[in-house]
Design a protein around this ligand. Structure first.
Ligand code: ATP
Ligand code: MG
Length: 420
C-alpha cells in the first residue's frame, strides 16, 4: 500500500470528480511550513497518548488559502484534565467550559475538547436556560461553529482533512455560508455578523445570500453584546493586515457608521486620507510592526475634527481654542455612538492637538515639539496629511530632514527657517 499522499483525504474523493484545471488555488495542498511547530508538537503528544487531535477553525481555512494563520486552535477527544496532565507547561482556563492553554515560550496553543451544541433547557416558569457546557463528538463540534469554511479539521501528522459541511467547496467558490439556520445562529450570537464580514474582507469572499438576508434584522442585537467583545472584534477588522478591504466592506454593508462617526457627504479628500491611513496600517502589520488603536481612531475620525475646527476658525478668535473645542465635541459624540477607552482618546487628542505645531516656525517651539512624548505619532499623522494633500508637502519634507539631521544641521535648519 502506498503511503498517504500529502493531500487532503476527504478532498481526494471530490478531487476525482472534479477537473483540477478548474482550481485557481491549489486547495488540496497544505504547506506544512506555515504551521506552528508548537501546534504540531501538541497534536503529536495527544496522538502519541492515544487521543485524536486536529487543527481547527480559522487556522485550517487560512492554511488552505496558503496564508500563515495568526493563531492555532487544536481540538481533541481528550478531556481538559487529560490534556493538562500531558503538558507540564499548561494551564486550565474557563469557568464553565474548560479549555487548556499549552504554553511554549511566547506562543500559546489553545486546546479544547470536542464540544456539543448549546442545549436549551426549558424551566418550570417557562423560561429557557442555555446550557453550553457539554463535551461532544467531532461532528457535534463542527455543528456549533459559525461558517462552513471555519468548521474544517486538519491533522498535520496524517494529512487528513475532516469536512462535514462542504467547507472546502465553499472555500473554493469564495462563499461564506452559515452552518444551520442563519437567522437562529445570528440570534444566538450576533457577533457572527461581524465575523462574516471580517472573513469577507480578509479573503475577498462573498456572503451566501441566505446567510446575508437576516442580517439587517439582527444588526440592532449587536448593541446587547458586551462592549469589550465588540471592541475587540472591531479592532480585528483594522489591525490584522486587511484594514483597507475591511473599511470598504464595512462601508458597503453600512456597518462602519454603526461604530464610527461618518462624514455626512461623500468626499474624495476624506476617502484618500482614510485609505492612505489604512494602507499604511496594513503595511506596518505585514512588516510585523506595532499599530496603536489610538492612531487608527485618530485618522478614522480626523475629518470630523477638521470640519468643525474649520467652522470654529471663523467663530472663535484663537484657532487653537477652536481646535480644542472641535476635538472635545467629536470625542463626546463618538463616545455616545461607540465608546473608545480613555487610554486611547487621551493619545488621539494629543495627536490632533499637536498638528498646528508642525506649522509653527519659532525655534523654541520646534525643539519643544520634537521632545514631546507623542511627537512620533503626531509626526506620522502629519505625514499622512501631507500624503493626502491636506497639508503642504514641504512641511513634511522639512520635518523629515530635521529629524534625520545632526544637532549642528538642526540649528542651521531652524536659523534658515526663521530668516525666511
Ligand atoms: P482569525 O483568528 O483569523 O481572526 P478565526 O476564524 O480563527 O479567525 P477565532 O476567533 O480564532 O477566529 O476562532 C476560531 C474558531 O472558533 C473559528 O474559526 C470558528 O470555528 C469558531 N468560532 C469563533 N467564534 C465563533 C462564534 N462566535 N460562533 C461560532 N463559532 C465561532
Ligand atoms: Mg483564529
Amino acid at each position: 500500500m502506498s503511503a498517504t499522499p500529502p493531500i487532503l483525504k476527504a478532498f481526494f474523493k471530490k478531487f476525482k470528480k472534479t477537473k483540477k484545471s478548474n482550481f485557481e488555488i491549489d486547495f488540496e495542498k497544505i504547506d506544512i511550513s506555515l504551521i506552528s511547530v508548537h501546534a504540531i508538537k501538541t497534536i503529536e503528544v495527544l496522538e502519541d497518548n492515544g487521543f485524536e487531535a486536529y487543527l481547527v477553525g480559522g487556522a485550517v481555512r487560512d492554511l488552505l488559502f496558503g496564508i500563515k494563520p495568526k493563531d492555532f486552535d487544536v481540538v481533541t477527544n481528550a478531556t481538559p484534565d487529560q490534556i493538562h496532565h500531558l503538558f507540564r507547561r499548561s494551564r486550565m482556563i474557563g469557568r464553565r467550559f474548560k479549555l487548556v492553554h499549552v504554553i511554549y515560550g511566547r506562543e500559546v496553543i489553545e486546546v479544547s475538547t470536542y464540544r456539543s451544541q448549546q442545549k436549551e433547557i426549558p424551566q418550570s416558569d417557562g423560561s429557557v436556560i442555555k446550557d453550553d457546557n457539554h463535551y461532544g463528538t467531532i461532528e457535534e463540534d463542527a455543528m456549533r461553529r459559525d461558517f462552513t469554511i471555519n468548521a474544517m479539521f486538519y491533522s498535520p501528522t496524517n494529512h487528513k482533512l475532516v469536512d462535514f459541511h462542504e467547507g472546502l467547496e465553499d472555500l473554493k467558490h469564495g462563499i461564506i455560508r452559515m452552518i444551520g439556520d442563519p437567522e437562529k445562529r445570528y440570534q444566538e450570537d450576533p457577533i457572527r455578523i461581524l465575523r462574516a464580514f471580517r472573513v469577507c474582507a480578509k479573503l475577498n469572499m462573498t456572503l451566501h445570500t441566505p446567510s446575508r438576508s437576516p442580517i439587517k434584522k439582527i444588526i440592532p442585537l449587536l448593541h446587547d453584546i458586551p462592549h469589550s467583545r465588540l471592541f475587540d472584534e472591531v479592532i480585528k477588522f483594522f489591525l490584522t493586515g486587511h484594514a483597507l478591504s475591511s473599511y470598504k466592506v464595512m462601508q458597503d454593508e453600512s456597518i462602519f457608521a454603526q461604530f464610527f462617526l461618518s462624514p455626512e457627504f461623500k468626499s474624495e479628500e476624506i476617502d484618500l486620507f482614510i485609505s492612505n491611513g489604512l494602507k499604511n496600517t496594513d503595511l506596518r502589520i505585514n512588516q510585523d510592526k506595532s499599530c496603536n488603536p489610538s492612531f487608527l481612531f485618530s485618522f478614522l475620525l480626523w475629518h470630523q475634527v477638521y470640519v468643525l475646527w474649520d467652522q470654529y476658525k471663523a467663530e472663535i478668535k484663537h484657532s487653537i481654542a477652536g481646535l480644542n473645542q472641535a476635538i472635545d465635541e467629536v470625542i463626546e459624540k463618538q463616545i455616545k455612538l461607540f465608546p473608545i477607552h480613555k487610554r486611547f482618546t487621551i493619545t488621539m487628542k494629543e495627536i490632533w492637538r499637536l498638528q498646528p505645531r508642525f506649522e509653527n516656525q519659532s525655534p523654541k517651539k520646534i525643539y519643544r515639539l520634537l521632545l514631546h512624548p507623542r511627537f512620533r505619532a503626531a509626526y506620522d499623522f502629519m505625514l499622512l496629511r501631507c500624503q493626502s494633500n491636506q497639508l503642504d508637502q514641504s512641511i513634511g519634507i522639512w520635518w523629515t530632514n530635521f529629524i534625520d539631521a545632526d544637532n549642528h544641521e538642526k540649528s542651521l535648519m531652524v536659523k534658515q527657517l526663521t530668516r525666511k
